[in-house]
Design a protein around this ligand. Structure first.
Ligand code: B1M
Length: 209
């Protein structure tokens, strides 16, 4: 348990150099990849609270993000099965105006881990790019991440872009991110909402069956 506490603290401190070694140590001590991920998320939750109270500033938050990314790299092979035949294709991106990508990246890892082919089109993605990528890759699912209340309305524009392109019935739209809810998903006429990366993977597999 001590090591998980240390991981949360190291994430909070933004010590990216120390993170891979600690994550490796936790795995070798028998903790699961999910338990280690939960410890990193616990550290990030404190960062988020202090950021909202202006007790931490953007450079400090970014150091924690880098630590999260370094830790995630160690977990990635444990969460993904490189040899599996793809169950379906998912286009993944953060919506236009949104630069947050840590949650999106975790969603991508979990989807790959459950046998889906993931095409990550990055952050700040305009609706037409989601449509273009879905058509170009014959995608089954479009997965959109939004972390800001100000970027949530982009979801409605994405749904409309698929209707306008005449392919809304061919692609499932899955949404998620801290401010998103099932009620919002229903109102935006999207197909699925997942609270976290694990839930996103379970829903995506179901939608491809
Ligand atoms: Co941002 N930020 N940020 N930020 N940031 C939040 C989101 C905020 C809640 C912080 C706060 O005030 N408490 C707040 C939003 C408030 C609001 O909208 N009401 C906020 C703000 C205001 C801002 C800026 C506007 C700040 C400013 O400039 N004044 C700015 C906006 C930039 C922009 O996007 N245009 C900004 C900038 C940044 C940084 C660049 C410093 C950095 C992002 C770096 C990066 O991502 N590379 C950052 C960070 C790190 C955060 C917090 C602290 C942490 C986010 C994170 O990575 N969490 C965040 C506070 C918080 O969330 N507590 C905050 C860990 C991650 C694993 O969780 O992304 O929630 P999360 O993903 C989860 C689920 O949400 C879900 O699964 C994931 C894991 O299981 N999920 C999906 C996510 N996407 C999904 C998609 C799915 C399904 C599930 O299906 C498709």
């Amino acid at each position: 348990m001590e090591i998980l506490k240390k991981i949360a603290e190291t994430l909070y401190d933004g010590n990216e150099d120390a993170m891979p070694g600690l994550v490796q140590e936790a795995i070798e001590n028998g903790f699961s990849a999910q338990e280690v991920l939960d410890a990193m998320m616990a550290g990030m939750a404190i960062v988020g609270d202090e950021f909202s109270r202006d007790e931490l500033y953007i450079p400090e938050v970014l150091c924690s993000c880098h630590a999260m990314m370094e830790g995630s790299k160690v977990l990635k092979p444990l969460l993904t099965d490189q040899d599996a035949k793809a169950l379906g294709t998912v286009i993944l991106g953060s919506v236009q105006g949104d630069m947050h990508d840590i949650g999106k990246n975790l969603v991508g890892m979990m989807l790959e881990g459950r046998g889906l082919k993931v095409i990550d089109i990055g952050i700040d993605v305009p609706p037409e790019k989601f449509v273009e990528a879905a058509i170009g890759n014959n995608a089954d699912i479009v997965a959109c991440s939004a972390l800001l209340t100000t970027t949530m309305p982009e979801i409605s524009k994405i749904e409309k872009a698929f209707v306008d392109a005449g392919i809304r019935d061919k692609v499932k739209i899955m949404i998620g991110g801290a401010p998103i809810t099932q009620d919002f998903c229903d109102r935006m006429e999207c197909d699925a909402y997942a609270k976290d990366a694990g839930g996103a993977a379970t829903l995506a597999v179901k939608m491809c069956e």
